[in-house]
Design a protein. Structure first.
Length: 368
């Protein structure tokens, strides 16, 4: 059976085409009988002029074989072995050899080729030489083809050898060009001034800030945060440093070597690692300064005795490298610390109350 869609042969028992997937869409395969070949012996007889003979024309190189040779003598019985003298059964007429049917041997479909070949060679040797084409020497052709291929390969290799120096020169040129470009960029980058942030130095102009009952004068470009009840916080717009100031009253302050050693040990428990301590005088005020690290930050802890009853301790930390103008500005500010006496103004009922409680009693808070 064959598939009606694609013509693929279908094996017995299959229901699906292996090629197009058609299901049970098959048809019976019909055998095609080969056409019958008809040999017209009469036309051969008219064309070549013979009857029941085998004609070999050496001039025209034509060979005609009559398969009806000795048809009347065909017997169903086994043929008898007889010795046939081929020379007696060939007649020669010019360049044509006529084989007669004067044999008693029954005809067969096999022609004595070897005997005919001997006769042909004998005839040709008597008349004229037969030119036989020499067989083609396949090995010579292969050798020639291999030789041509080798010549082509050598030509290609020579072309590649010629082009290789050019490729190397181009490669070296581009490599040198790349190195020059990189060096040029590095030089230009070094020569070009880096965009640096303009440093913010502590202002020489001071402004007063009040914390609890203390007053301090600080550079006007510094910010103050007094929201913490334990210390006053100072910083500027760079956000690269900050300092806290604690005000301690009624403290028996005396700084000597023993006290400095004890303070270094105590601060070490709070992650302060002091590497040195020294004293410095600013505006007639004596300061004792501890210098070191707090984690990755540079730190300065500064002690200043304002009076017998007041001691200030400043904790200055830098995110980056310490700035001398910041250190000097803080030391100068610490020399201005004093009590802020408000008794001269806060009298005769000139006082302030917590008005927030009054407002909250009238305006209740919004519910969440």
């Amino acid at each position: 059976m064959d598939c009606n869609k694609c013509g693929t042969p279908i094996l017995p028992g299959e229901h699906v085409c292996r090629f197009c997937g058609a299901i049970d869409d098959f048809s019976e395969r019909k055998a095609v009988e080969p056409p019958v070949e008809v040999i017209d012996f009469e036309s051969l007889e008219k064309e070549f002029g013979y009857n029941n003979h085998e004609v070999i024309d050496f001039d025209n190189d034509a060979e005609v074989i009559d398969f009806m040779l000795g048809l009347d003598d065909i017997s169903l019985e086994d043929p008898k072995d007889e010795v046939v003298n081929i020379d007696e059964n060939y007649e020669y007429d010019g360049g044509v050899t006529i084989v007669t049917d004067a044999f008693d041997e029954p005809a067969t479909s096999r022609i004595p080729v070897e005997e005919v070949k001997e006769v042909i060679e004998k005839e040709n040797s008597d008349n004229e030489p037969v030119i036989v084409d020499e067989p083609v020497n396949i090995d010579n052709e292969l050798k020639e083809e291999i030789k041509d291929e080798k010549v082509e390969e050598e030509k290609i290799e020579k072309d590649e050898d010629k082009s290789s120096p050019i490729a190397i020169i181009l490669l070296v040129f581009f490599l040198v060009l790349s190195l020059v470009a990189n060096v040029y960029l590095v030089v230009i980058k070094k020569q070009a001034p880096a965009k640096e942030e303009k440093p913010v130095e502590a202002s020489k102009v001071l402004s007063s800030a009040v914390y609890s009952k203390y007053r301090i004068d600080i550079p006007s470009n510094w910010n103050v945060d007094s929201s913490n009840s334990d210390y006053l916080l100072l910083f500027d717009e760079t956000n690269k440093w900050a300092a806290s100031i604690n005000f301690l009253s009624n403290v028996n302050y005396k700084m000597d070597k023993d006290s400095a050693a004890k303070l270094t040990s105590s601060f070490g428990g709070a992650k302060y690692l002091f590497t040195s301590d020294y004293e410095k005088t600013v505006n007639g005020k004596e300061f004792h300064i501890f210098k070191g690290k707090y984690y990755s930050y540079s730190v300065y802890v500064i002690f200043n005795k304002v009076s017998d009853t007041l001691l200030t301790v400043a904790d200055l930390k830098f995110v980056e490298e310490p700035k001398e103008d910041i250190i000097d500005g803080l030391l100068t500010s610490l020399t201005t610390v004093k009590l802020n006496d408000m008794t001269s103004i806060l009298k005769d009922n000139f006082e302030f109350k917590n008005v927030a409680t009054v407002v909250e009693g009238v305006l209740p808070k919004e519910s969440k």
